[in-house]
Design a protein around this ligand. Structure first.
Ligand code: NAP
Length: 568
């Protein structure tokens, strides 16, 4: 039995022109999944296709040609196939490539067993439904569930055999025949392919360093003369018509890779966002470091112009960096460098601050509601920490209507009061919100803030405790405490990473860093995924918050498995 082993060619370059057929070559795994025989006459190349290939073989130097065998015998493939005649006439070696017969039988046998079992279930269900009495519901329910499951497995196994497995055999066939051609460094192959396999075979060949182009025919029936046919006889119509065939090469942009240009204002681009982008399926993430607004403009236009208007739907930009103000300036420069038709999606998430802040606010909102503690918009919120996360959490909370205090608790600051005031002014100027900025480095000043707050968000630097138990004892008014610092000691004493509305003190509920972090993680992925779809949006905190809310709604589904036993 032949073994499936796909290896790149050694010391040779292979170019494959994949010619898309006009139909999918019939192929089925078992007799039970065979399509109707009456469709068989449709599976022949048309005169147009034949003529076109005749033209190709006359003009292109081909070393060999291949076609998938499908359900044909090798005898039929070579003797009852006008394409075989054509290649023979032009002295071009022509081969059938497809899954090995033994391998197919092996896969089909496993499938047959499942199909037989499914058919038995269908028969039993038929018998049950013919019975007069209607009391067999339990048995019927279990049979239906089992049958559905089998059907799903059959379809899945068949799809796997028909696509990735069969395509790998076809690719192996092409490479094997290319390997046999001696004395040439560059080899040209024409592969005639079912439409449904073109993309898979192209991808597989390209992963083995083969240069691939896909072409298909456009066929048009045109009038041969200006005269209208003299009668309505079919013969007259046929004589007055011409079929025009023209090759259409599939454009590179249709399969162009998804590129994410990542502009980081920091000295080193963060691996966090790079990994996330690859995980959601970008083909390449291109990081640039220390990016300034001036550089961003040039980089953006170079990226956009090289891809052309059609490449826009496969291009997106991500702006990051610890300093939110700098990232905003770069984002603005990127946006201003775009003009129709060179416009595409931009994501701004400075060091993850926008998605983290949005996740915290959405979580606080839903936690209050589900615990019947009222609506977040009516609450007084205290944010501890004036970094990017704290600032954007303050903006989002103020925008939904909360009374917001943002506090710097850093005892090392000598300009504390002025710094807190500046932060409030900056948020008013850049984001149009009114919040109060307070400097609170001492236990007494911290208690002062917490006493008035319903919701406290701790967005302090990682690994530093800001609120200890004694301070909390004085602040009984708080309803919900959130802490985003995931590095011990956490920002608030007593809070734990996975807390999700745990009552850590009477009437005070805690949400830990991992609970928020999980939502943030999902949110960033969702935004990256959305930005892969073509659009012209700027994904900022305003878009992140409703998306986080949506994700929380989806999380309402329980994830635990249930086991049901059949009891006759
Ligand atoms: N889970 C996630 O996905 C995720 C994502 C992003 C961030 N985070 C976490 O969110 C938190 C906030 O991050 P960030 O980027 O906004 O800010 P950050 O740079 O980590 O620092 C936050 C603030 O901490 C204050 N600070 C610095 N040293 C201090 C000290 N010795 N004592 C008290 N305060 C001090 C500073 O406030 P002043 O300005 O007042 O000096 C600073 O603005 C961090 O814990 C970070 O790890 C988590």
């Amino acid at each position: 039995m032949e073994v499936l082993e796909v290896k790149p060619l050694e010391n040779k370059r292979l170019n494959v022109l994949i010619m898309e057929k006009e139909y999918n070559e019939p192929f089925w795994m078992t007799e039970q999944t065979a399509p109707l025989n009456s469709l068989q006459p449709l599976f022949k190349p048309s005169i147009g296709f034949f003529k076109f290939l005749e033209n190709v073989t006359a003009k292109v130097t081909l070393d060999f040609a291949t076609e998938e065998l499908g359900m044909r015998t090798r005898k039929d493939f070579f003797e009852d196939n006008i394409l075989a005649e054509l290649f023979q006439k032009n002295n071009i070696p022509f081969f059938a490539v497809d899954i090995d017969g033994n391998a197919k039988t092996y896969l089909a046998t496993a499938l047959d067993e499942k199909i037989e079992l499914r058919n038995n279930i269908v028969k039993t269900l038929d018998t049950l439904s013919k019975r007069k009495e209607k009391d067999e519901s339990m048995e019927k329910e279990y049979l239906i569930a089992y049958g559905q499951n089998l059907q799903f497995e059959i379809e899945e196994k068949e799809r796997e055999a028909k696509f990735p497995v069969r395509e790998s055999w076809i690719v192996m066939g092409i490479l094997d025949y290319a390997q046999e051609i001696k004395g040439k460094e560059e080899i040209n192959c024409l592969h005639i392919c079912s439409p449904q396999h073109c993309a898979g075979i192209k991808q597989s060949l390209e992963s083995l360093n083969v240069k691939v182009e896909i072409g298909k025919l456009s066929k048009k029936v045109i009038a041969a003369t200006a005269e209208v046919p003299s009668s309505h006889e079919l013969e007259n119509y046929l004589q007055s018509m011409q079929i025009q065939v023209k090759p259409v090469m599939r454009k590179a942009t249709d399969n162009a890779p998804y590129l994410l240009f990542y502009f980081d204002t920091d000295v080193k681009a963060s691996p966090f966002d790079i990994c996330m982008a690859y995980d959601v399926g970008y083909d390449a993430v291109i990081p640039y470091e220390n990016v300034t607004p001036e550089e961003a403009k040039l980089l953006t236009q170079d990226a956009l112009f090289s891809r052309g208007p059609k490449g826009m739907k496969h291009t997106a930009f991500l702006i990051g960096g610890k300093n939110a103000e700098r990232a905003e300036a770069v984002s603005k420069a990127v946006k201003n460098s775009m003009f129709p038709p060179f416009k595409t999606n931009i994501i701004i998430d400075p060091a993850g601050a926008y998605t983290t802040a949005a996740a915290m606010v959405a979580k606080a909102e839903s936690a209050l509601l589900s615990s019947k503690l009222g609506e977040l918009k009516d609450k007084t919120c205290a944010i501890l920490g004036t970094g990017s996360v704290g600032k954007i959490a303050a903006v989002l909370l103020a925008k939904i209507g909360c009374k917001v205090v943002i506090a710097s608790l850093n005892p090392k600051r000598i300009d504390g009061k002025e710094h807190a005031k500046n932060i409030a002014e900056l948020l008013a100027k850049d984001h149009g919100v009114q919040v109060e900025g307070i400097y609170a480095p001492t236990p007494a000043s911290k208690i002062e803030i917490l006493k008035k707050a319903d919701v406290v968000i701790c967005a302090g630097i990682r690994g530093i405790r800001l609120i200890d138990k004694e301070i909390l004892d004085e602040a009984k008014h708080i309803k919900v405490l959130l802490d985003i610092n995931a590095v011990p000691p956490f920002g608030i004493e007593g809070i734990e990473l996975k807390d999700d509305m745990k009552e850590m003190m009477p009437g005070i509920f805690a949400i830990g860093a991992l609970t928020i972090g999980n939502l943030k993680h999902k949110l960033e992925k969702e935004i990256l995924r959305e930005a892969r779809r073509h659009g012209k949006a700027v994904y900022n905190y305003n878009i992140a918050l409703p998306m986080a809310r949506k994700l929380l709604q989806k999380q309402l589904f329980p994830k635990d498995a249930l086991t049901l036993n059949y009891s006759p």
